[in-house]
Design a protein around this ligand. Structure first.
Ligand code: FAD
Ligand code: SAM
Length: 658
């Protein structure tokens, strides 16, 4: 869904919001105001200094991103500081994002911030509701933008913060930005070092902050403003729990492990393990990947090309929202990684979903009508337009995802493994003994283990069973010489990729009855037979069969609800006991659940590893490092390993460990 952009008029060179009848920042000197009200009042210069280790982070959370001036000023301050300095993680909630053209205008006001604004403008997202992640300075500065109405955002997400900037419009003109939900949230997700500042001196803000456990001071306001508020967390304060979501079973009662070593073990060097490792490394962690085969990409991820593809449900369901969020995140993730690398692995060529029959055409129309997504993410195109885009003689209309594409898996793996913080240990199988009592974790001085070993999870004999199964599939390779080659990925009842090293890949078969990755000619025939039905007129079956130059089979891992499994490992008997009341009353409220503190799961990607694995990695790394979580509760629950246990209890059965 698109967010409405800010209804702005430029008055005397500064932005003024017509609906709120207020300006974004001080007309005389907005930057000096930001420095006074937010940066100095929270002692950011001092607090960003003297990092104790590479993960040491200062987390700032802001209400009202607006022109981004507060973030940009913090980023500029960060750049000006000598090493060693902390990482800066800035989260900001904005209900009515500035359009890119208004942001460009705002950026021109402060030429001295030109570098930082240029970096922001390069990554500034389209106004799609949800979470957007921007990264600067190789991950040492990050910006989490939540394009949501504030009160919705507070219901949906967890904002952990060391510093709060309260920067809505004036409380008299913008009541929603200052209501008690905000202060409840601050009470729950602040720590004993958290500070707050805001330009207002309103009495109710002061009282709410006191109720939330802060010691509040009034100091002189900026220039002609008489007073403003600063606050710091009361040492004696206990956290309130009202701000927890209704059903909090997916949140661990122990918020996160104590990070001592800054080191995480990643089990499995497929796409899930690799995206997790690079996300950890960008956050300053050392990641050791343990792989049982002689190298990376020996499992399902051994496909030479993975395409970014997701079948959108026809309604704007929770599944659809998760898929959109995952694809948005994955697109920017691979583009950003590509920018930081000399070798080419990410090809943003666009992905076209062809409306190759009446049923598909109707489905696509539903998606367009109901999802309200901007053209930067998805648009409809007729056959003629698709001809131009793909370079092939396309005969159907379709949906275009212009920022999607395909991944050269080998080149990506090389890129990840070049990172100084990432080590790969091959030919080492992680076993039940390694898991029990965190034996391997302790012997390797690591803080957490993330298990990314796909269907082999079942072999580990961990006492939390998962409803996953293997699903064999095969892609077929064609020599490209006899064909017109596409410039975009084309999808129908399968897919056709642009060439890689002079070969074309088409995919992919589904074989429910086999769990061995053997290669078969029958699957080539099946892939070709399907292709000619949805990609009309490109080639004929006989020519395609003649040009087969290879094949690659693999084993996908699917869960019984076709959704990946990502999050902390549940303690089966403790949670069965804790939530036993659900067997009698499925609607009864749950509080936070009991999980293993150091073990996380990241598997069951089915056919969508490329789309889902980057967002999953973000969720896991943010959980481990107590960062604001860029995934709504609804979506974290959809992914949570504990969902199977909760479902079972709600049906009246304890979750079985055998
Ligand atoms: C034919 C085919 C075509 C596909 N096409 C696409 C596509 O175009 N786009 C897309 O998004 N997805 C596609 N998929 C799905 C995609 O391949 C998977 O979703 C993805 O690769 C899963 O990655 P993974 O890291 O979870 O698993 P894997 O790649 O299987 O990695 C698991 C790793 O764990 C290792 N391991 C297992 N047990 C242990 C242990 N005990 N100790 C240490 N290491 C261990 C394995 O050796 C392996 O390297 C396709 C799949 C197939 C089969
Ligand atoms: C004073 S401006 C913020 C200025 C900003 N910090 C800057 O550096 O430019 C207030 C911001 O709050 C946003 N806002 C107002 N009401 C909101 C709501 N209910 N939810 C989320 N954002 C809201 C406005 O769109 C506006 O961008």
């Amino acid at each position: 869904m698109q967010r409405p952009t800010a209804n702005i008029e430029w008055k005397d060179g500064i932005p003024y919001h017509k609906d709120f009848d207020d300006i974004y920042f001080n007309a005389n000197d907005g930057l000096a105001e930001t420095e006074y009200v937010f940066i100095e009042a929270n002692r950011l210069k001092e607090r960003l200094r003297n990092a104790t280790n590479d993960q040491d982070t200062l987390r700032v959370c802001e209400t009202g991103f607006g022109s981004g001036l507060n973030f940009i000023a913090c980023y500029a301050l960060w750049r000006s500081l000598p090493e060693p300095k902390k990482r800066l993680e800035f989260s900001s909630i904005e209900g009515f994002p500035l359009s890119i053209s208004d942001l460009k205008l705002a950026s021109k006001i402060w030429p001295e911030l030109g570098f930082e604004y240029k970096e922001l403008l390069n990554q500034y997202p389209s106004p799609i509701t949800g979470f957007h992640y921007l990264e600067f300075e190789s991950g040492r500065v990050s910006l989490k933008l939540f394009f949501e109405e504030l009160n919705n955002a507070l219901d949906k997400y967890q904002f952990f913060s060391d510093v709060w900037f309260l920067d809505g419009f004036a409380p008299s003109k913008n009541e929603e930005m200052w209501n008690s939900k905000l202060f409840d949230h601050m009470a729950l997700y602040s720590n004993h070092q958290t500070t707050v500042s805001t330009f207002t001196a309103a009495g109710f803000v002061r009282r709410n902050l006191i109720d939330a456990g802060f010691i509040v001071s009034k100091i002189s306001g900026f220039k002609q403003k008489r007073e403003m508020i600063t606050a710091s967390r009361h040492l004696e304060s206990t956290t309130k729990t009202q701000a927890l979501p209704d059903q909090a079973w997916h949140i661990s009662e122990n918020s996160s492990p104590n990070i001592k070593h800054g080191h995480v073990l990643v089990i499995g060097a497929g796409i899930a393990g690799l995206t997790t490792a690079i996300t950890l490394a960008r956050k300053g962690f050392k990641a050791t990947i343990i792989e049982k085969q002689e190298g990376p990409l020996q499992g399902a991820s051994g496909q030479k090309q993975l395409i970014m593809y997701g079948k959108f449900p026809q309604q704007y369901t929770p599944e659809a929202r998760l898929l959109i969020q995952a694809q948005l995140y994955a697109q920017t993730f691979f583009s950003r990684e590509q920018l930081s690398s000399g070798n080419r692995f990410w090809h943003t060529c666009g992905v076209v979903h062809l409306a190759w029959n009446e049923k598909e055409r109707a489905k696509q129309q539903n998606v367009v009508d109901r999802f309200e997504l901007p053209e930067t993410f998805m648009y409809q195109a007729d056959a003629n337009k698709l001809k131009g885009l793909s370079g092939l003689d396309i005969q159907d209309s379709g949906l275009v995802f212009p920022q999607a594409g395909w991944l050269d898996t080998e080149a990506f793996s090389k890129h990840v493994l070049e990172h100084d913080n990432i080590e790969l240990i091959n030919k080492r199988e992680y076993t039940h003994q390694d898991w029990e009592s965190d034996a391997l974790l302790n012997s390797m001085n690591a803080d957490a283990t993330i298990i990314c070993n796909a269907v082999s999870y079942q072999d580990l004999d961990i006492n939390y069973p998962l409803p996953i199964k293997p699903l064999r599939g095969q892609t077929t390779q064609l020599s490209s010489k006899s064909f017109a080659t596409p410039k975009t990925v084309l999808c129908g009842e399968g897919y056709l990729c642009p060439t890689l090293h002079g070969e074309l890949h088409i995919g992919a078969s589904y074989d429910l009855n086999n769990s061995e990755p053997f290669e078969s000619r029958e699957d080539d025939h099946a892939n070709i037979e399907k292709l000619v039905t949805w990609l009309k007129g490109w080639s004929d079956q006989a020519t395609l069969n003649e040009q087969v130059s290879g094949r690659h089979a693999g084993i996908r891992t699917t869960s019984n609800d076709y959704t990946p499994i990502v999050g902390k490992l549940p303690r089966t008997s403790a949670m069965n006991k804790q939530y036993s009341f659900l067997t009698k009353n499925a609607k009864q409220e749950t509080i936070q659940g009991r999980y293993y503190d150091h073990t996380y799961l990241n598997l069951a990607y089915g056919s969508k590893g490329l789309t889902y694995s980057p967002l999953s990695a973000r969720l896991l790394v943010d959980t481990i490092s107590s960062s604001s979580i860029g995934l709504p509760h609804e979506q974290a629950k959809q992914l949570s390993p504990a969902r199977f246990l909760i479902k079972s209890l709600k049906k009246g059965h304890f979750y079985s460990t055998n």
